[in-house]
Design a binder for this molecule. Structure first.
Ligand code: FAD
Length: 316
């Protein structure tokens, strides 16, 4: 039977919902146990949140001052040591920026290859994962005689709900941490809007929005309906919005229940980021725009006319 270790993903003292999504993936392995590993300088509240995730059998904490700012270089040796010490068969992390940075290092430390972007589980060592920017899905088999390190494609799994609280155990690891990498600073764009990667509603703008100033009407509309705001790469490259708002192959992969896009043509690299979105609504003035091939609701029109009309209709 499998014994799964999941690395907790968190920021500013809050557990990221990607951890709950990784737990959903782990449950599909029908394992003997699912343990969540929290590496922090003060792990209490994070551990408490992780312990409540349905399916989690135990939370392991490693508290050290070096874990104050999660950095792949210092976390990876601790995770590898915890997996070896605990005899885990699987080590999973989310495919967020955090997981993408971290999990390959964990695999290297354990001397194994890793499986990236698990989107479905066929068996303990057989998975589906996307290739060619999500245009094809491949089934891969990993060796069953070594620990399996993998990242979970968060957009493919709903977060597990809360269940009974699992026990929390402090772990003592005899591991020397590297000193070649040190934390300097973390710059984030503070915003009260919902997080783009986990929001149930997302409003996105493309080159058709035309300018940074024009994006304001998208922000206003998003605020009205409680949505996060995303953008195409063309809009990011043109400097209308910062690049952490980019949706797509080289941006964020998202799975909102509602995705509304304005002035986005629907290039394949953009669609790669919204493959798992529930309902797609597209507004574009070109009736031939490829976005209409994937949209559930399409409106041919000028976004600057349509958006105020939509806002008015919603206000009513
Ligand atoms: P355009 O293709 O220029 O489309 C603008 C659309 O706006 C048009 O359809 C036009 O009809 C419409 N429009 C204009 N004015 C209005 C108006 N007033 N009202 C309504 N509609 C209007 N792209 C991504 O988005 N994300 C990625 O992650 C990404 N990764 C890439 C990776 C690689 C390796 C490469 C090569 C490309 C990548 N791209 C990505 C770029 C992608 O190929 C497209 O160039 C990009 O998505 C186009 O953005 P857009 O739809 O905003 O712009």
């Amino acid at each position: 039977m499998s014994k799964v270790l999941i690395v907790a993903d968190y920021l500013k003292g809050q557990l990221n919902s990607s951890t709950a999504r990784a737990v959903a993936c782990a449950k599909d392995l029908s394992p003997e146990s699912i343990e969540v590993l929290v590496l922090a300088d003060d792990a209490a509240s994070l551990a408490e949140a992780a312990a409540k995730l349905d399916g989690v059998t135990k939370v392991l904490t490693v508290e050290r001052p070096e874990n104050e700012h999660p950095m792949a270089a210092t976390l990876a040796p601790q995770i590898a040591a915890a997996a070896e010490q605990g005899g885990h068969s699987h080590v999973l992390g989310p495919n967020t920026t955090f997981g993408k940075d971290l999990m390959p290092r964990v695999a290297a430390k354990l001397g194994v290859a890793m499986v990236t972007d698990i989107m479905a589980v066929h068996g303990p060592y057989e998975f589906e994962r996307p290739i060619y920017a999500g245009n094809a899905v491949v089934t891969v088999k990993a060796p069953d005689n070594q620990v399996l390190v993998a990242s979970v494609r968060c957009a493919s799994y709903p977060a597990v709900a809360e269940g009974d609280a699992a026990p929390v155990e402090a772990l003592s690891l005899d591991v020397e941490l590297p000193s070649h990498t040190r934390f300097v600073d973390l710059e984030t764009h503070g915003s009260d809007r919902p997080d783009l990667q986990t929001a149930p509603k997302v409003v996105s703008g493309g080159r058709g929005v035309g300018s940074e100033e024009n994006f304001k009407i998208l922000f206003d509309f998003a605020d009205k309906i409680g949505a996060a705001v995303g953008a195409s790469r063309a809009a990011v490259d043109a400097g209308y919005v910062p690049n952490d708002m980019q949706v797509g192959q080289t941006g964020k992969i998202i799975a909102p229940e509602l995705y509304m896009c304005f002035g986005i043509s629907g290039a394949i690299q953009h669609l790669a980021g919204i493959k798992d979105a529930g309902t797609i609504v597209a507004v574009n003035k070109d009736p031939e725009a490829p976005i209409f091939e994937v949209a559930d609701f399409g409106l041919v029109g000028d976004l600057f006319k349509v958006l105020p009309e939509l806002e008015e209709a919603i206000s009513k």
